[in-house]
Design a protein around this ligand. Structure first.
Ligand code: C2E
Ligand code: MG
Ligand code: MG
Ligand code: MG
Length: 284
């Protein structure tokens, strides 16, 4: 009796795992066609300069609207695209769409804006990436410092030597380099010395419960000091409240991004948001 029950349970597990694998495979196949089916889009999240309260840039974030399942999180589908190298065409599309968008904003008078694009480890290791970026800067007449590339510590970790080589080549084009999710990876300190980053992005998990959480308060202050000593700018992500903002400003952080200012916005609504933000009285 006991034996057959455990046998049943075993079969049940196998069936569940089997279904999960099949569902994942199906999703992977859907993702493979998502570009062609126009299911991918970019949303843009404002980045605010604390000193001037002006919007100085926006991070482009990828969205996938699955025809049946609706919106799927990039945390779920990007690793999938990385595992079968679909991230190369998808990442390429992201880069081109972001550059195209920036070109439009610049033509509409927002020439001071910068756009930040997330680069996956696979893209960073791609030998064509530097040529591709140069081609896009040229095609869309973008001054290199207006394009910012974000990579994570984990991304660099996978091949430190090649990452260093590639990052230096990207940096040589004049592009701004940001280290994303700072503090969540490994041995962050050595990266600062070894890689040509212009900017650190404090991960939102440290910003979440500022200033109530004393450990996070200490970590955030240490990151900001670290950035300052290295002459690297520091931006905080996941700013949701004025309290967090005040604390970040008092600690010497120079830029912020988060729901307090705005959620990521679809292209169609962004120009309107930009205009409204520009006309907004300071400190409101
Ligand atoms: P990330 O680059 O660290 O992006 C920040 C994430 O935090 C975004 O999630 C954003 O929507 C979210 N966020 C922004 N402000 C707040 C806030 O105030 N509170 C909270 N709780 N969250 C906030 P999203 O868009 O779901 O993206 C998740 C991750 O997926 C990104 O993290 C990035 O690693 C990856 N990703 C997104 N788009 C791309 C892309 O085009 N290429 C690559 N390679 N990765 C991407
Ligand atoms: Mg990012
Ligand atoms: Mg981040
Ligand atoms: Mg992240």
């Amino acid at each position: 009796m006991a034996k057959s029950r455990s046998h049943n349970r075993y079969q049940f597990y196998i069936a569940t795992i089997d279904t999960e694998i099949r569902q994942r495979k199906k999703l992977e196949m859907d993702l493979h066609e998502a570009l062609e089916h126009h299911e991918l889009s970019l949303v843009y999240q404002p980045q605010i300069d604390f000193k001037t309260s002006q919007m100085v840039g926006a991070e482009a974030l990828l969205r996938w609207k699955h025809p049946e399942k609706g919106l799927i999180s990039p945390e779920m589908f990007i690793p999938m695209a990385e595992s079968n190298l679909d991230i190369i065409p998808i990442g390429d599309w992201v880069l081109e769409s972001a550059c195209h968008q920036l070109h439009e904003w610049r033509q509409n008078g927002f020439s001071d804006l910068r756009i930040a694009v997330n680069l996956s480890a696979i893209q960073l290791r791609d030998k064509n990436i530097v040529d591709r970026i140069n081609y896009l800067l040229n095609k869309y007449q973008i001054p290199p410092q207006r394009l910012e590339i974000e990579v994570t510590e984990t991304c660099i970790m996978e091949d430190i030597e090649l990452s260093s080589e590639q990052l230096n080549k990207i940096k040589a084009t004049g592009i701004t380099l940001a280290l994303d999710d700072f503090g969540t990876g490994y041995s962050s300190l050595s990266y600062l010395k070894q890689f040509p980053f212009d900017k650190l992005k404090i991960d939102k998990t440290f910003v979440e419960d500022l200033p109530a959480n004393k450990e996070n308060t200490v970590i955030v202050e240490a990151i900001i000091q670290l950035g300052r000593s290295f002459g690297i700018e520091v931006i905080a992500e996941g700013v949701e409240t004025r309290e967090q903002e005040t604390h970040l400003i008092n600690s010497g952080c120079t830029e912020g991004q988060g729901y307090f200012y705005s959620k990521p916005i679809p292209e169609k609504e962004f120009a309107e948001f930009l205009r409204a933000w520009k006309n907004k009285p300071a400190n409101s």
